[in-house]
Design a protein around this ligand. Sequence first.
Ligand SMILES: *Cc1c(COP(=O)(O)O)cnc(C)c1O
Length: 220
Amino acid sequence: MENRDAPLGQVQAKIARACKIARREVDGVTLIAVSKTHPAERIEPLLGQGQRVFGENRVQEAQGKWPVLREAYPDVELHLIGRLQSNKADDAVELFDSIHSLDRPSLLKALAKAMDKAGRRVPCFIQVNIGEEEQKGGCAIADLPHLIGQARDADIPLAGLMCIPPFDIEPAPFFALLDRLASDHGLAGRSMGMSGDYETAIMLGTTHVRVGTALFGKRV
Ligand SMILES: *Cc1c(COP(=O)(O)O)cnc(C)c1O
């Protein structure tokens, strides 16, 4: 059996090094371990090593894995990082501690209703279509001020902005742009940076990195 202790320590060390170079506090960067597609047996070792913040991209998959794991580790913090359908808003609000994929008015309305119903306000990141890609989820940059205003009116706590830069292009300019947009709107959080580019994202001000492959290996 391979040694699975190593990846978490390596990622943490790289985060610490990037923070040091950027003259940032390591506490200012939250590592979200993206456990999508991986079964509970693969997640437990990380829990055993003290990792408590995890990300999933599907509500249904998370519902199948996390209630049991949470009984053993009640202090787990669960982030929804994938596209959310409005009809799953109730389930998402019930299960997740943070939602990174708020990107349109219809979903905003569904989430506000779900939060009212549950009596629980779940902090949300607005996902921005930072590369203005036709097929990609995320709010258009031009629509961002309006969506932020709607979220504030609906009393949805805004954690910050999230982006997935275009594939196969240098991501740094897109990270810098998201950082700028968040600053412009007075939002503290930035959810950007994945296995291939989280150190770059740290240099450019991210507060939440979403790392899957570097921790769990390739998804099957
Ligand atoms: C899967 C996923 C990640 C993690 O990607 P890796 O390259 O495996 O680190 C991050 N963010 C989102 C939105 C994802 O869907």
